[in-house]
Design a protein. Structure first.
Length: 204
């Protein structure tokens, strides 16, 4: 079926400059876990189902050689057409085949260990997983430690299923294998690489 380009929303206004800006911001978030960066402003128009930060990241990172897995919430005709036109990335139905994945943080059906975890020779070939939540603040405080964090950082996202932090702890235990996670809410993104240790903080 041909893509109806007249119904597609725009991608980057300046592909080279904006993709470089987004790429640097993503690296910054992964190098400094818990640091929230705003990248969605680079894609003011994208399908309604797709958070603008995810749209900007996929336009920057995905291409015809990088399979993408979409959770059912994001697997819509407008999203599929938009990604096909702007990124050209193949959409796969098996999590382990994906180079990038977009998950609904409130839905526990696809666990992090279902994705490609890399191997001891090539740990960098693992899946990068975007986990969409309601907000990156206002939730239960979670302490973060590890490379890129001098002492301890904190993040408090909302809209994540109950087992998410347990999955993230198991993911860290597989280092150097494991997936890199990025929490996304709207136009904002925060990196949680596999090197990061996350512990839910007790509230008084």
């Amino acid at each position: 079926m041909p893509i109806q380009t007249q119904t597609l929303t725009a991608g980057f206004a300046d592909q080279v400059i904006q993709s470089q800006q987004v790429f640097r911001a993503i690296l910054d978030s992964l190098s400094n876990p818990s640091r929230c960066v705003t990248i969605g402003q680079h894609v003011p128009e994208c399908p309604e189902a797709l958070p603008s930060a995810v749209a900007a990241a996929l336009l920057t990172l995905a291409d015809y050689e990088t399979p993408v897995y979409l959770a059912p919430r994001f697997h819509t005709k407008p999203v599929l057409a938009w990604l096909a036109f702007h990124a050209g990335c193949p959409i796969v139905g098996m999590p382990e085949q994906a180079a990038f994945a977009v998950l609904d943080g409130a839905e526990p059906s696809t666990a992090l260990d279902h994705f490609n975890l890399g191997d001891e020779r090539y740990p960098d070939r693992s899946t990068t997983v975007f986990v969409v939540c309601d907000s990156l603040s206002g939730g239960q405080p979670t302490g973060l430690s590890g490379p890129g964090i001098e002492h301890q950082a904190m993040i408090a996202p909302t809209g994540l299923h109950d087992g998410f932090w347990t999955e993230l702890e198991a993911n860290h235990s597989r280092f150097p294998m494991g997936v890199d996670v990025m929490l996304v809410a709207g136009s904002e993104l925060a990196g949680l690489p596999r090197t990061t240790v996350a512990k839910i903080l007790e509230t008084v």
